[in-house]
Design a protein around this ligand. Structure first.
Ligand code: C5P
Length: 211
């Protein structure tokens, strides 16, 4: 069944905890990125871990191998279960993230293509395909591909095969969950849930379209 991953891009610790707790019965994982961690510190991972759901660190790690290693070690020490990294820095740097993740029995995902309109500027023309291939060659657990462009997801699926595709861009960015949920292993949803009047009800609604 397609997973539903909550992108928890709020800035307040109490609000983050409350939203995550209310949505927990309807979601499969929580993605935390810079907005929340820069506001609360890495300790937010410990708070959220109490819910028993996998925690994905969306830090789009993109540095030299040694710095990537230091970043990923900090991520897993804080209690995260997976990390998202960029592949454009090269196979050695991406592989470092994968190695650190796997050494902690965690997972690593490589961004193949972003979901916003400007992403076409650099990711199209063969780059996303190369990043997807790099993800496979690096032993990554999967890729991130745009819910806003289902045709691109289909093309990238040809490259990654059975490896996971997690897909952000549903709702607020225009991606249709009904369409993309058939193509990917998990949809990543932020604003449509956490800005809803009743986040738990919206998470429940989205959880019903999983297949
Ligand atoms: O609020 P919304 O549902 O648009 O949130 C999408 C989340 O996924 C954000 O945290 C954004 O940074 C992230 N993301 C994305 N597109 C990518 C990779 C990550 O929108 N390709």
């Amino acid at each position: 069944m397609t997973e539903l991953i909550l992108s928890l891009d709020v800035l307040d610790r109490q609000r983050a905890r409350a939203i995550a707790e209310s949505c927990a019965p309807f979601i499969d994982a929580i993605k935390v990125g810079y907005p929340l961690v820069l506001s609360t510190g890495l300790s937010i991972a410990g708070d959220l871990a109490e819910l028993g759901l996998p925690l994905i660190a969306d830090f789009k790690v993109a540095d030299i191998p040694n710095t990537n290693r230091l970043i990923c070690e900090a991520v897993f020490a804080a209690g995260f279960d997976a990390v998202i990294a960029h592949g454009f820095v090269g196979a050695d740097a991406a592989r470092t993230c994968v190695e650190v993740a796997h050494s902690h029995s965690g997972e690593a995902y490589i961004v193949a293509e972003m979901s916003h309109p400007g992403a076409t500027e650099f990711f199209h023309g063969g780059v996303a395909e190369r990043l997807a291939a790099l993800a496979v060659a690096s032993g990554a657990d999967g890729i991130i591909a745009p819910a806003t462009r289902p045709d691109r997801v289909r093309e990238l699926r040809e490259i990654v095969g059975k490896r996971k595709i997690y897909s952000p861009g549903v709702g607020a960015q225009g991606g249709d969950p009904d369409v993309v949920a058939r193509l990917v292993d998990g949809i990543i949803v932020g604003r449509s849930i956490y800005e809803a009047e009743d986040p738990a009800a919206e998470a429940e609604r989205l959880s019903r379209i999983r297949r």
